[in-house]
Design a protein around this ligand. Structure first.
Ligand code: IFM
Length: 417
């Protein structure tokens, strides 16, 4: 094993999201879409994690994790406009306590793609008061958790959510090519983030807040083409800068980065694809890496670029997602090794990295791919709900286990001196 070093207190573990693992989230807009056949798969019981969370956290602990990211399901806490479910809040408090009991630092996401069905039916993120409605829910969650939670992510991948919901129209609310609506949703999500930032800090002054930013490396298909380069720059601005412009850095205490792959674009076709570029899936690009079950190329070089770039903003960086969907364990292991080397290199060269959370703890409901994208550290048999650790778990535990014992030795050495 190559020697990789991470700072003392470095967080490491895995990420999940409510609708993808809990099962039975019948009050949200994805569930509605599943019942109406508007998306290809039903989440059903998913991983039954709503019931099995303690045993899932036992697994994470047995692998040496010291952190875990999960999301609170808004539609459980507020199943109807005028109805709050205190049992759901109690449940999530149990989740936080269960994590702490196992030495896992909770990283809480407040919005991970799903909305309560009542909210979506009433106009969702197009509503002028959408941020206020969201903030009412955030306020309850934050007051329930108090200072038991330090790391907060307001919204997961806002640009992905807006693109899928209002541009491609593949996800609820299934609006395709609605650029004005996309812009309104983007602004309202940014407002929701800013309001939540203050709500969290009022209730929990030691809380640290970010959103989880999906950060693809964006590259021109033909680097010698000026129009491709301009398209890549424009797309990069929309994907990697716009939301930060809308939130402002002053409402961020750290930066949550989800990194998977690069996007290669060429300027062609209609107005929008000439300006922002069309995604090019040709296999002729330099250093083409293996491609995952969801069609994403492994491109560790882009991870380094992204870490340095966001590291330069002057805030600590937490990798909130990184992973590879495959049935080929050799490929998954290679992906993880290459990305951890890049991560350790970024630490060495001074990027203030505070943790790495793999996507995801166990195979789960991968949106329009249903159960067919196997990202998990554990394989899941959805019939029996059995979890089986994959080989990469040992590698990760060795890398981060060594880091922890180094930190222990260092502090013992200091104590003895
Ligand atoms: O499963 C998703 C997750 O919900 C958000 N980030 C990307 C993951 C893999 O597609």
């Amino acid at each position: 094993m190559t020697d990789l070093h991470f700072p003392p207190g470095f967080l490491w573990g895995a990420s999940t999201a409510s609708h993808q693992v809990e099962g039975g989230n019948r009050h949200n807009d994805w569930w509605d879409a599943e019942q109406n056949g508007r998306v290809p798969y039903c989440s059903g019981s998913a991983c039954k994690h709503y019931e099995l969370f303690r045993q899932d956290f036992d697994l994470a602990r047995s692998w040496g994790h010291n952190a875990h990211r999960f999301s609170v399901e808004w539609s459980r806490v507020q199943p109807e406009w005028n109805r709050w479910d205190s049992a759901a809040l109690d449940h999530y408090l149990d989740v936080v306590v269960a994590l702490r009991e196992r030495g896992l630092e909770p990283v809480v996401t407040l919005h991970h793609f799903t909305n309560p069905a009542w909210f979506t039916r009433a106009g969702g993120w197009q509503r002028k008061d959408s941020a206020e409605l969201f903030n009412g829910y955030v306020d309850r969650v934050v007051r329930t958790f108090g200072d038991r939670v330090r790391f907060w992510l307001t919204v997961n991948e806002p640009t992905v959510y807006v693109k899928q919901g209002y541009v491609t129209g593949e996800w609820p609310p299934f609006r395709s090519g609605k650029w004005r609506e996309a812009w309104a949703a983007m602004r309202n999500l940014a407002r929701a983030h800013r309001m939540s930032y203050h709500t969290i800090h009022e209730a929990n002054p030691r809380g640290l807040v970010s959103f989880a930013h999906n950060a693809p490396a964006v590259e021109p298909c033909r680097p010698w083409s000026r129009t491709d380069r301009l398209a890549a720059a424009a797309r990069d601005w929309v994907l990697n800068r716009l939301f930060f412009r809308l939130t402002g850095l002053q409402t961020l205490d750290f930066i949550g980065i989800n990194y998977y792959t690069r996007t290669v674009v060429r300027s062609e076709g209609g107005l929008s694809t000439r300006i922002l570029g069309a995604v090019c899936r040709s296999h002729r690009h330099s250093s083409q890496g293996p491609v995952s079950q969801v069609g994403w190329e492994s491109y560790p070089h882009g991870f380094g670029e992204v870490l340095h770039r966001f590291g330069r903003l002057g805030l600590p960086v937490l990798v909130t997602e990184n992973g590879f969907a495959t049935d080929d364990e050799q490929l998954r292991l290679e992906f993880i090794k290459r990305h951890l080397e890049i991560l350790a290199g970024a630490v060495q060269s001074g990027v203030d990295l505070i943790g790495y959370l793999y996507w995801t703890l166990m195979d789960n409901f991968e949106w329009n791919e249903g159960p067919n994208a196997r990202f998990g550290l554990a394989a899941v048999d959805f019939e029996t709900q059995t979890r089986t650790a994959r080989p990469c778990v040992d590698y990760l535990s060795q890398v981060f286990g060594k880091t922890r014992s180094e930190a222990r030795n260092r502090s013992e050495g200091t104590a003895a001196a």
